[in-house]
Design a binder for this molecule. Structure first.
Ligand SMILES: *Cc1c(COP(=O)(O)O)cnc(C)c1O
Length: 376
C-alpha cells in the first residue's frame, strides 16, 4: 500500500462552489465568497476583523508592514520555523533574532524571549508548531512588560485553542495558511486576523495596493486614491469559493484528522514509554487541531534509517525545518541569541508521519505496521 505524506483535502463540494462563484459574474477578490469566509472565521474566533489573503506568507508580510519597522529594529522568533516567518520582517529591514524552542512542543521558549529582548526589540512572533499553542500567558506577559508587539504565525493553528481561546486571537495580528498541506485549503491562501482595531483601516489599504478602495466600495469616500505603500494581497473569488466549501465541512475534516492522530498516539505509546521514541506532549491549556503527528528518533542517522525503511513500505515520512539561523540568509539577516540547546538537536531527529483528510483504517494500519516493524 502506498501512503503519501500529504494529500490535499478535497471534500467534494468545492467545484459546485467554484461554479457558483463563476455564475455570479465577478471573479476578482472581495466578492460574496470572500465575505462568507471572513464571516465564518470572525464568527468562530471572535476576531473583530479578518482579511482573506493570497497566502499566509502575505498575511505575515502585511503584519510586518503594519509594524512600521525602522532599520535596526529587531524581531524575535524561533529559529525552528518556516522561512516566511523571518522573510516577512527581513523584507522590512528588521534584524531577525532567533531564539531556542522548548523540546516538548518545538515552540518558542518564553524564557529565551525574555533574555533576548533588548532596547531595539519591537516584536515577538509566536509560531504555533503542529497547531499546538505556544505558552500565550508567558508570551503575553513578556510582550506587555517590554512594550513589544505580539504577532502570531498561526499558519498551522486553524481550529486550535489556548485556554479555550482560538489561536490567532492573541497577537495584535495573526495569520492562518490555506496551503494544500494545511487542514483546510484552497491550494494557496491565507487569512490575516486583526485583533488590534487600530490596525484595521491601514491593513485594508495595504492589501488593496495601498489604496482606500475598500472604503470607497463601502461608500465612506467618494473616490479612491493612493494612500500608503501596499500590494495585491487579495485572492480571487474562485479561491474563496473553494475554501468556503471546505469550511462548511470543517468538522468532518477535523474529526477524521483527529482520529488518525489519536490512533497514532495510541499505537506508539509503548515505544514512547520505553524511551525508543518521543511523541508530542500537549501542554495543559492547549487544544490542538491534529495538524501534524511527529516523533523524535535518537539522532539524524536513526531518523534517516527510519525514513528509508518506511519508504520501502511505500510510506511517506518526512523531516521538517532546517533551523533558519544555520541557513545562508538566516546567518546574514539575523543572529541566534542565547544557547541553542534544542533547536538543532531536535530538528535533526524529528520526523512527521502521513496525516491527511481521508485516511482510514487501512492507511493508518499500514503506517503503524511499517513504523513498528522498524522501531519495535
Ligand atoms: C505553511 C506555513 C507558512 C506559510 O504559509 P503559506 O500560506 O504557504 O504562505 C508560514 N508559517 C508556517 C509556520 C507555516 O507552517
Amino acid at each position: 500500500m502506498n501512503v503519501p505524506f500529504n494529500r490535499p483535502p478535497v471534500v467534494g463540494t468545492e467545484m459546485e462552489a467554484v461554479k457558483s462563484a463563476v455564475a455570479k459574474g465577478k471573479l476578482c477578490g472581495d466578492g460574496e465568497y470572500t465575505k462568507l469566509v471572513c464571516r465564518w472565521f470572525e464568527g468562530r474566533t471572535g476576531c473583530p476583523k479578518t482579511l482573506l489573503t493570497t497566502s499566509c506568507t502575505h498575511a505575515l508580510e502585511m503584519s510586518a508592514l503594519l509594524l512600521d519597522l525602522e532599520p535596526g529594529d529587531e524581531v524575535i522568533m524561533p529559529s525552528y520555523t518556516f522561512v516566511s516567518t523571518a522573510n516577512a520582517f527581513a523584507l522590512r529591514g528588521a534584524r531577525i533574532v532567533f531564539v531556542d524552542i522548548q523540546p516538548g512542543t518545538l515552540n518558542i521558549d518564553p524564557a529565551a524571549v525574555e533574555a533576548a529582548a533588548g532596547p531595539r526589540t519591537r516584536a515577538v512572533v509566536a509560531v504555533h508548531y503542529a497547531g499546538v499553542a505556544c505558552d500565550m500567558d508567558a508570551l503575553g506577559r513578556i510582550a506587555e512588560d517590554r512594550g513589544l508587539v505580539l504577532v502570531e504565525d498561526a499558519a498551522q493553528g486553524v481550529g486550535s485553542r489556548w485556554r479555550g481561546r482560538p489561536l490567532g486571537t492573541f497577537g495584535a495580528t495573526a495569520s492562518y495558511s490555506f496551503h494544500e498541506t494545511k487542514n483546510v485549503t484552497c491550494g494557496e491562501g491565507g487569512l490575516l486576523l486583526i485583533n488590534d482595531p487600530a490596525l484595521a483601516d491601514r491593513a485594508e489599504v495595504i492589501r488593496e495596493k495601498g489604496t482606500d478602495r475598500s472604503r470607497f466600495f463601502r461608500g465612506l469616500v467618494d473616490k479612491y486614491t493612493w494612500r500608503d505603500v501596499g500590494s495585491s494581497y487579495l485572492p480571487s473569488e474562485l479561491n474563496a469559493a473553494f475554501l468556503y466549501a471546505q469550511l462548511e465541512a470543517f468538522e468532518t475534516i477535523q474529526a477524521n484528522r483527529m482520529e488518525t492522530w489519536n490512533v497514532y498516539a495510541e499505537a506508539f505509546a509503548d515505544l514512547a514509554r520505553s524511551g525508543r521514541i518521543e511523541i508530542a506532549s500537549i501542554p495543559d491549556g492547549a487544544e490542538h487541531n491534529a495538524h501534524m503527528f511527529w516523533m523524535k528518533l535518537r539522532d539524524m542517522d536513526d531518523r534517516s534509517r527510519f525514513i528509508a525503511a518506511l519508504k520501502e513500505w511505500g510510506i511517506g515520512a518526512v523531516f521538517h525545518y532546517i533551523p533558519l539561523h544555520s541557513s545562508p540568509a538566516g546567518a546574514r539577516l539575523g543572529r541566534f541569541e542565547g544557547e541553542d540547546r534544542w533547536t538543532t538537536r531536535e530538528s535533526e531527529r524529528l520526523v512527521r508521519l502521513p496525516l491527511w483528510y481521508g485516511m482510514g483504517e487501512a492507511e493508518r494500519g499500514a503506517v503503524i505496521e511499517a513504523a513498528r516493524d522498524h522501531l519495535a
